[in-house]
Design a binder for this molecule. Sequence first.
Ligand code: AP5
Length: 209
Amino acid sequence: MKLVFLGPPGAGKGTIASQAKTAYSIPHISTGDLFRDNIRRETELGQKVKAILAAGDLVPDEVTIAMVDNRLKEADAAAGFILDGFPRTIAQADALARMTELDKVVNFVLDKETVVRRLSGRRVCKSTGRTYHILYNPPKVEGIDDETGEPLIQRDDDREESVRNRLEVYEASTAPLIDYYRSRGLLVDVDASGSPEEVFEQLKKAISG
Ligand code: AP5
């Protein structure tokens, strides 16, 4: 199954993808995670994109497209994948169409107020990227990762200024992909406002049809 997860920042794409990858035995490929991993390892790519991510702007298309093209050529992606956070522009969607054929594009629908609530309460483990929410999915011990025992941090781009910018960037560059994929008969909408369990149930129904 070749899936794209589309939707505003904070809609829960990563949370649902981590359940779906196990259920469907396909890799979860998040461009945001790939960039953050490069930043953590201080690679050349990481140094190039660090300030862009912190500000909530988009990494240039050619850089992002080349990274995804390489990742999709890895053996584990041959039979299927969940692409989370890619494509984000029409140019990226055109490039993806040249790389592979998709089965479905899942559009996670969530209002702006809830998006801001989810992002402002998100905390992550820096070394593993595991995601929590201070209210909706708290760790067992406040501020501490359940498995590694490391302190949880707030992502640089979850600060108010950056969240506002990410929402504007989403509306301007990524929201047009909803019509792009709807007109190609690939889009399925999923209401992302329920609990993760409810959203996952909806996803299963949406992609089985
Ligand atoms: P990326 O990491 O893709 O960020 P994003 O799209 O903004 O998505 P998020 O990770 O913020 O949110 P999510 O929808 O996965 O929500 P989550 O599950 O964490 O990209 C980061 C940056 O990288 C971009 O700004 C850009 O600079 C760059 N980049 C990436 N891809 C690019 C591309 N293709 N082109 C150019 N640049 C690119 O959930 C959020 C919170 O809500 C969590 O705390 C979670 O616990 C909670 N939550 C989730 N679901 C629920 C629920 N159902 N109920 C209650 N709480 C929930």
